[in-house]
Design a protein around this ligand. Structure first.
Ligand SMILES: [Zn+2]
Ligand SMILES: [Zn+2]
Length: 311
């Protein structure tokens, strides 16, 4: 290794010296440490370290309004926010009360809300279906019973089977756990079978009635949850639209300093369909700002209602 390098670097002298004795060859130490730094032949293995200009120390300004001074940070992602953003994205209630959420996190929150609510609605529909299937099966059994018994039996079976369907896993867990108790030994086979059968029927009705209460409780809870979240997504999307419009409004106003709001709102102009601009025009900046500041809070609070679901 050393020798071949030497041959290349010091070809002529090495060639000559090789003719004499190997021991006389002066040791050549190529400047491994220094040379590559300079980038000899453009083949240097050790590239010079490039340090990008660090922006964190240079006070980069608001993430959305780089020219504005930073007065706060997003509670979720830590983005720099200016006074204007803090006014828009300050949360006054719920988990993020007293903190700020940036536009991106607010948007993400709405997306999470939609997904979570969809998931919970699907679950609830699944539970309703289970209940309906139980009801149908109970109806069939009840009908068969009705052929020999009566309408009361049919109804009883129907209600109990619907309840079991709605609380199936609880019912079967309890019932399976009770099975060993059905095999009783009294010394008399007939009595044993009778006692076992009685226990079986007793447990079936007891657990079915327990399932009935559980199912009713669950259905009431689901109904309440559905009612509470019924307009969450609609409110979320209009709140997000309002925030979006405010971002757009601030961008357009900044880019068109000197132009009047009325001009920017003319048909075909940038703020023509902007709901925030309309609000400013109709109710004044202060009221519009107060309104938009409630939007982020509303999205955050809706998220909490949506996530409060206990299956
Ligand atoms: Zn954020
Ligand atoms: Zn900002």
């Amino acid at each position: 290794m050393e020798e071949s390098k030497m041959d290349l670097n010091d070809f002529t002298s090495a060639e000559n010296k090789k003719m004499t004795t190997e021991n006389d060859i002066p040791t050549f130490n190529p400047p491994i440490g220094d040379a590559p730094k300079v980038g000899v032949d453009g083949k240097s293995k050790k590239a010079q370290t490039f340090t990008p200009p660090t922006t964190s120390n240079m006070d980069p300004g608001c993430y959305y309004h780089p020219e504005e001074r930073v007065v706060g940070h997003c509670a979720r992602c830590g983005k720099n926010l200016c006074r204007y953003c803090c006014d828009s994205f300050g949360v006054t209630g719920g988990e993020y009360a007293g903190k700020m959420l940036c536009y991106d996190c607010t948007t993400k929150l709405v997306k999470d809300n939609v997904e979570e609510l969809q998931k919970n609605h699907n679950y609830i529909h699944g539970q309703y279906t289970q209940c309906l299937v139980g009801c149908a099966i109970g109806g069939v059994i009840g009908f068969i019973w009705g052929l020999s018994g009566g309408i009361m039996g049919a109804l009883l079976y129907m209600v109990l089977c619907a309840a079991i369907g709605g609380s199936a896993s609880n019912f079967f867990h309890r019932f399976i756990a009770a099975i060993p108790g059905f095999f009783v030994s009294t010394g008399n086979m007939v009595i044993s079978i009778c006692v076992g059968l009685f226990k079986f029927i007793f447990c079936f009705f007891l657990y079915a009635i327990m399932a009935l209460f559980e199912t009713v409780k669950k259905i009431l809870y689901y109904r309440n949850y559905m009612a509470q979240t019924a307009d969450c997504l609609e409110k979320d999307s209009s709140a997000l639209q309002c925030i979006r419009d405010r971002m757009e409004y601030s961008r357009v106003m900044n880019e068109n300093r000197g132009m009047s709001l009325a001009d920017l709102m003319n048909e075909g102009s940038e703020l023509y369909n902007n709901s925030y601009a309309r609000m400013v025009q109709e109710q004044g900046e202060e009221k519009a700002e107060a309104f938009v500041s409630r939007c982020t809070t509303q999205i955050a609070e809706n998220g909490e209602i949506i996530r409060s679901f206990a299956a």
